[in-house]
Design a protein around this ligand. Sequence first.
Ligand code: GCW
Length: 684
Amino acid sequence: MILIYRSMKKKCVLLFLCSLLVLPLAAEDGSRLWLPAAPEMSEDLSTLDIARCEMALLPVKNALVSTSGDRRLRRYISKAELRSLGEEEFIVRTVDSLCVVAGGSERAALYGVYRLMRDYASGCLAASYDIREKPSYELRLLNHWDNLDGSVERGYAGRSIWWEGDTLRPALYRAYARANASVGINGTVLNNVNASPRVLDSLHLDKVRQIADLLRPYGMKVYLSINFSSPMALGGLPTADPLDARVVGWWCDKVKEIYRLIPDFGGFLVKANSEGLPGPQDYGRTHADGANMLADALAPYDGVVMWRAFVYNPTETDRAKQAYTEFLPLDSLFRDNVIIQVKNGPVDFQPREPFSPLFGAMRHTPVMPEFQITQEYLGFSNHLAYLAPLYEECLDSDTYVDGPGSTVARVTDGSAFPLSHTAIAGVANIGLDTNWCGHHFAQANWYAFGRLAWCDTLSSETIAREWLRQTFSHDDRCVVPLKRAMMLSREAVVDYMMPLGLHHLFAFGHHYGPEPWGYRKGMRPDWLPSYYHRADSAGIGSDRTQAGSDAVSQYAEPLRSIYNDAGRCPETLLLWFHHLPWNHVMASQRTLWDELCLTYQRGVDSARELAGIWQSVAPYIDAERFAHVEARLRVQLHDAVWWKDACLLYFQTFSCLPFPAGVEPPVYTLDELKRIKLDMKHHN
Ligand code: GCW
């Protein structure tokens, strides 16, 4: 007895000492993403083969992974249940000691296995399962803004994985497809929406075919962005008028050629009559004419057209209203295989925007949300900004179109009213960098997009926890503080860049640093920050009330009235909808000016807190990733101070008020800040 007690005591002491010892953790370069190393597999496996190989990685002794038609499954799952499985739906059920994964298709079986792998890699593999899952959206797509010359528009993680020279990278593409499948992403648009017509020439199409062949076993389809003038640039036609028979014929032939090469090709993504790109309006036709012409060409092959609603022009109409004004009258005119792709907010991927009023308003045409995963407006790959709270905020927003509960998620995923297709897209943050996304934490945004596309009611907190446990550690002493950091991070960026509904205070072109004073002679007014902040001696903010641009009227009641009333409008969106005097009294009883200053300061404080949290988890992170993230958090803190100083010093020239107590004195002068010119090559 005493002996046993002694040996137990020894073990406990040993365990205790081990927990104090800081063992060097194996270096990680981030290339494995959130997944365990892939199994050794031959290259010509079917989707089901892959599912079974992945299953073999798990510590599950007996498993049966198959599709609903397999009769062996009937011993464990009723015929009726199996029959009712949707194409992407799976059941995971433990019967005695057997783990059964049944998919409505091979792809669904693979998703079932990845569900188990997620639990395993998170350290939560259960002894027994009885679950059934299907995705919220039918099409769950990444959009790559990759150019054919290998550059990536708004990409901050190196060159394009697709178009860098004519290199094909089979191993990388398989790893990419595996990562996407592991979160349920089932399609990818391979090229920039600012599309070169050349993507449709035979050389590029052959490359697309090879990529499609590599992604297919993981259940991913490929799609292409097209340039509306392709029939002219590539086909030598004198016009691209969508109602011209030669143009229609050209597209039909092109689509036929594509499907000969890629029988399961997904379809086209189109940016037309937007930011200088050609489109049907060049010929006096509508967006519906253009989209339908392409949709008809694709319909025989079950292809879809995703037509972007990101259209705006420097007219008298408020930019925030233009997509709605342009597209709403066209509702009911689109073919069934047209989906209107709408950015989450009415302007452009700002750190915070209200949801686009097109969600819920178009009822006869499927509308798909487009989120930006790449951080064009959130500090590139230098800033830690976990974006799931932003996606969640949009998806959970109540549009009220059918009374309370008509969230953006429900009006786009088919649960509020029936839709011919449901879809969601995320602009990828992926490049050739070893860690794929530039910042190790930016991987979480890719992951989170996929998870929300699969289940649009997941909470950003749950996703953060899952991702952290798979990516860094199972130890709560690491996971809890890092989850706090992630959950804090997006709000931190909003606070130090543009709080209280301010937007588009970015430097022209690259959109990295602050330039609220930005002015260029002859520049489109809607590309200048003053178009959005409207600061003057009387106050600050965009008047989008009924007395102003009346953008509020694009929202259903009671939102319209809430947004219209400065007393009821959420303060997070106050200056989006209102131009208010500097001494406007906020809920805190402080003046708007004081509140603005203290919110910028809070942003800086949060950036400091992020850096502090990272230091506190040092023992749990390998040296390589630790140093990488640490260096970026330093840049983030520096940038937060830069943003705060620039915005407050500039707005102070209008408010003429002192900074309230609690705001750190500026490090820079306004003149110094105005002289900063970053050398980054990007348009508008
Ligand atoms: O936000 C703007 C970006 C452009 C982008 C455009 C779009 C691909 O600054 O780089 O072009 O939106 O979404 O089409």
